[in-house]
Each structure stands twice: as C-alpha cells, then as structure tokens.
Ligand binder design. Structure first.
Ligand SMILES: NC(=O)c1ccc[n+]([C@@H]2O[C@H](COP(=O)([O-])OP(=O)(O)OC[C@H]3O[C@@H](n4cnc5c(N)ncnc54)[C@H](O)[C@@H]3O)[C@@H](O)[C@H]2O)c1
Length: 372
C-alpha cells in the first residue's frame, strides 16, 4: 500500500458516488475476486492483527456498532448499524462508513462510505469461506433473503467457487423480483422459488441472509440433508438467528472471530463450549476444512473488523489513479503544531481584513480561511 505523507491535513474521501464509479470501473465480478484475494491474504496473517469483538449499542429496533482493528501499521474502524425495520421507511438495514489510519502518526489516510463496500466485502468473504468449505464441484446455491446483500452474494459465488445456478426465495416477492431483474444477463441461471424449501432442495450451497431481530427458523432441520455448505450471514446479533439449533448440532461450524461469534452468531443457541473452528485456521492450512463428503459445513458469519480492513486496503490501493476520491480538509494542521488557537486567530484576522468590520458578525464563516 502506498501512503501519501503530504499534505497531512487533506484526507482522501470516497463518497457513495465515487464508490459506485470505482466498482463499475473495475467491474463488480473482478472487484469481488480481487477483494476476496485481499481478505484471504489478511486471514493468512491473522496473528498480525489486534482483535476485539465489536462495541455494540443495542436498541429495541436494531444495533449500532464500532468495529476496530490494526495490523500495527494501519488501523481501521467501521461504524455500522443493523436495523431490520428500516426498509419499511425506505432506509437501508445496514449502512456504514469507515476510517483507515496510519498507526505511526495516528493520521487518517482514508475515509470511505462502507454501505456498498460492506455488501461487497461480505460477499467476498462468504465466497472465500465457500472456496475452502463447500463440496467440490458445487453448482447450485439456494438463497433465502433477497434484500440488499443478495445479488452481491450471488455474483461472488459465481466469481469465486463457480456456482452457475441460484435459486431465490424471500417472504416479500418484490425482493425476489428485484434480485431476478438485477441478476438478469449475469451469466448465471436465476430461479425464483415458491418457498424456502424449494430454494434449498438439492442445492450444494445454501445462503441465509434475512433480516429480522428474532430467533427465526429460516432453515428448519428437515430442510438440510448431509453434505452441503451453509453460508449463514443474517444471524449476526444477540437474539437474531436463522438456523435451527438441530442443524448446528449436526454441522461442523466455522466462524470468523470466536469471542464475537459466541455472542452474535448462530452458536449463541449452543453451549458456550461447543467446538467450532476459526476460518483463518482453514485458510492457512493449520487445520482441515470439512471432515468428509457427508458432513455439513456451516459458516456462521457475523462480519469481522479484519474484513473491513482488507476492503479499505483494497480501495486505498485502487483510488491512487482516477476520479475515485476527493480530498477532505479533515485534520486541523497549524504550521506550528502547538499553535492551534493561533491558527484560529490568524484565520479571524485574515477574514476581518477581507470583510468590512461592520459586517463581521457571528453569522460569517471564519473557517473558509486555511492556515497556510
Ligand atoms: N455476516 C455479515 O458479515 C453481514 C454483513 C451484512 C449484513 N448482514 C446481515 O444480513 C442480513 C441481510 O441484510 P440486508 O442488507 O440484505 O437486509 P435487507 O433488509 O435489505 O434484506 C433482508 C431480506 O430478508 C427478507 N426476509 C425477512 N424475513 C424473512 C423470512 N422469514 N424468510 C425469507 N425472507 C425474509 C426480507 O423480506 C428482506 O428482503 C441482515 O440481518 C444483516 O444484518 C450480515
């Protein structure tokens, strides 16, 4: 990664508009493949990172979370919410932004939208997990929950493990229609299903990405036979799960960061000593993936800070060329670092010199003048 040292006070900012241009410029499928590579690289050096479960502020309707991590050279944190009822008022269930900073100076080196990037990183990490855990030669994925994350997941699974047929189900038919429309012409067969059972029947990979703050049974025990891979991404909060506990008891369970997943993942329904494997151990080869063809592998994904770090690292590397960011005057940077008030006073003096004194009142903008 290249970090620009000067000017320190000017931080690249990737807005939603920039992010859309960047993703479309690279191409969604290629973006997902390259991002999956960054995530896998960071999973391989898992031990380099400071890891902590996210700081969550719960409310009856949702959660607001801060997700920090650092590899000692860079530090990142994400602000993200999860509000399942937001869709009813035209808002996203999940919205996010993020900062990447230089550990040596503490100065931010990137500020970015992360709502689109979260969908991309979630899909990319799901595909990384499936590449290591899904049965070889998997071709069909059943997806329950066809909201904002859905199509990114479908595209990532085509791009990485090679799925060519996607079956879709959502309790809201309009969501499925939207996903079918968006995936048209994407090179995969897209089949709307009349029920969750129909979507997952015979599929080698099953993805659950519903949003509802309750212990739901999106996957009942009778829906899952031996030998498949379950990519469970929607159960990511205390009291919010999708998979029946009997499936969990039959499955081999893989997680991102265990202390966080014990609280937030599907395994909150199991005893606290139920055995699970952290995915990085499989990615590095430290431990095996699925133990046999008849085993169910279940990726109990809640979203972990290192994946956002990887996504920011990827975006930072890609925005060096092209119109994909603007510079933000984010950090006050006086010529003499200790003279912060002096910077303000000089700005006022310059402002007063530029504006007749009689018009200089509290309504006028002093901050327009920078300390040069
Ligand atoms: N694990 C992660 O890293 C990660 C990342 C992002 C989002 N998420 C989670 O994924 C979930 C989906 O996120 P989103 O942004 O797509 O939300 P969304 O609100 O856009 O879509 C959710 C969809 O689920 C459908 N749904 C709800 N209950 C259902 C049911 N019983 N059966 C079938 N469909 C049902 C809704 O109709 C809706 O279309 C959320 O719970 C979110 O918190 C997890």
């Amino acid at each position: 990664m290249q970090i620009t040292a000067k000017p320190l006070s000017s931080v690249p900012f990737v807005s939603v508009d920039h992010m859309m241009k960047l993703v479309l410029g690279i191409g969604v499928e290629r973006f997902l493949i390259e991002l999956a590579g960054y995530i896998e690289d960071d999973y391989r050096r898992w031990q380099d990172f400071d890891k902590t479960q996210r700081v969550a502020a719960h409310s009856p309707g949702g959660v607001i979370e801060l997700m920090p991590t650092s590899d000692g050279r860079f530090y990142s944190f994400k602000y993200v919410n999860g509000h399942p009822k937001n869709a009813r008022s035209g808002k996203q269930t999940v919205a996010a932004f993020c900062v990447l900073a230089d550990v040596e100076t503490g100065y931010p080196v990137l500020l970015s939208e992360l709502t689109i990037l979260t969908a991309l990183r979630t899909a990319a990490k799901s595909a990384v997990a499936a590449r290591h855990l899904a049965p070889k030669g998997s071709r069909t994925m059943g997806m329950i929950g066809n909201g904002a994350q859905c199509e990114f997941q479908a595209i990532a699974f085509k791009a990485v493990p090679g799925i060519d047929t996607v079956r879709l189900y959502d309790i809201d038919p309009a969501a499925t229609e939207k996903a079918v429309r968006n995936l048209a012409g994407s090179g995969r067969k897209v089949v709307p299903s009349r029920s969750g059972e129909a979507a997952v029947e015979g599929a080698q990979i099953v993805t659950t990405c519903t949003a509802d703050k309750q212990h739901g049974t999106i996957l009942g025990d009778n829906m899952i036979g031996p030998g498949g891979h379950i990519n469970a991404i929607g159960g990511d909060c205390p009291g919010k799960t999708e998979v029946h506990p009997d499936i969990l008891r039959r499955a081999e369970i893989f997680v991102e960061y265990l202390p966080q997943t014990r609280i937030e993942g599907e395994i909150q329904q199991l005893a606290t000593d139920h055995p699970v494997i952290e995915l990085w151990q499989v990615v590095t080869g430290a431990t095996r993936g699925r133990s046999g063809a008849d085993q169910i592998a279940l990726f109990d994904s809640v979203g972990f800070a290192i994946e956002d770090f990887s996504a920011l690292r990827y975006v930072h590397d890609r925005i060096t060329a092209g119109p994909f960011s603007e510079r933000l005057d984010l950090v006050a940077d006086p010529d003499e670092p200790r003279d912060l008030l002096g910077m303000l006073l000089r700005a006022r003096a310059r402002n007063e010199a530029a504006v007749p004194a009689r018009r200089c009142n509290s309504q006028e903008r002093l901050a327009d003048v920078s300390d040069e």
